[in-house]
Design a protein around this ligand. Structure first.
Ligand code: NDP
Length: 281
């Protein structure tokens, strides 16, 4: 008989509206894994103690969400390569006595992209230059994308991300000013919305992009998980183009965590179905 469950979880503030716990526990239940995922409200002042507690209690790992993705690094023993380049961690995995930081936001996104497009040689435009944009741009660049345009209103973060791509990856990074409605350059293989535009409750909002400028072969991907069919995804699909929703990214980053925490490739359909139930799809 065994009564000691595997413990995983999340540290965030606010934590109450994060549905990840339901998605992860649906996977654990489906696969009959004796594991728990504890959704914990952790303030910035409490982060060091929370990580020390997870370490002391033998958690196999935990996710970090806002506002801990950068600050958690100082409490870890080492970083995975892309997390080190991105400079942010969304998933921690215990390896013996060590806590290792990973960033699965961009890798989860990449898993979705690979279902429709080979990133090798791709020309990409990323809207936004925040945390999601940074993770996505770096992973696409490490996966062989040839050119990455960072499109942002403020030059500082956009130029900094383009510089990071040029310095730390084989891809060419360029900053493009986002001043009014942006036209997608001809030849773009992938357009990514990595801004919060369209997130619930502002569900009709569209990023300022001229959708007429999209070429028939351009794939459009959104980071917005709720609603899964964001205004952008809906508009792109009505034009007959291929669109990837942000739910795929969310499910895939969780699946990558479960792979390392529990050693199984979880059923992503089960995880997605639980989120769709929550979002009322
Ligand atoms: P950040 O705040 O770090 O970055 C947001 C970026 O979007 C900034 O560059 C910001 O520019 C820009 N932006 C915000 N509003 C506008 C606007 N109206 N027009 C143009 N640009 C705008 O947020 P994150 O990168 O952490 O998150 C972005 C989105 O990604 C969120 O909606 C989040 O839910 C989603 N996300 C989804 C995940 C998934 O698994 N599906 C995982 C992680 C995030 P500025 O700084 O100048 O305001």
């Amino acid at each position: 008989m065994h009564f000691l469950s595997t413990i995983t979880g999340s540290f965030a503030q606010p934590a109450d509206e994060n549905p990840t716990v339901a998605m992860m526990e649906a996977a654990y239940a489906h696969h009959g894994i004796d594991a728990r995922y504890l959704n914990c409200e952790v303030s910035p002042a409490g982060l060091a103690a929370a990580v020390a507690g997870a370490r002391a209690m033998g958690w196999v790992g935990f996710n970090c969400s806002i506002p801990h993705k950068l600050q958690v690094i100082q409490h870890l023993d080492r970083l995975d390569r892309s997390a080190e380049i991105i400079g942010a961690v969304n998933c921690v995995v215990r390896d013996g006595d060590h806590l290792v930081g990973h960033n699965f936001d961009g890798q989860g996104f990449l898993t979705s992209v690979r279902t429709v497009l080979d990133p090798a040689g791709a020309r990409v435009a990323v809207l936004g230059a925040g945390g999601a944009a940074r993770a996505i741009a770096v992973e696409l660049a490490l996966a062989g994308a040839s050119r990455i345009d960072i499109v942002s209103v403020r030059p500082g973060p956009g130029e900094e991300l383009a510089d990071l791509i040029n310095a730390r990856t084989p891809a060419a990074g360029h900053w493009r000013p986002w001043d009014g409605e942006w036209s997608v350059p001809p030849g773009a293989d992938l357009l990514v919305n990595a801004t919060p535009v369209g997130l619930y409750p502002d569900v009709t909002a569209l990023p300022a992009v001229d959708l007429e400028s999209l070429a028939p072969g351009t794939v459009v991907a959104d980071v917005i998980p709720n609603p899964p069919t964001s205004a952008l995804i809906g508009a792109v699909r009505r034009r007959g183009l291929t669109a990837l929703d942000g739910l795929g990214m969310l499910v895939n980053q969780g699946a990558l965590a479960i792979e390392l925490w529990a050693g199984i490739d979880p059923d992503r359909g089960v995880m997605r179905a639980r989120l769709e139930e929550i979002f009322g799809v």
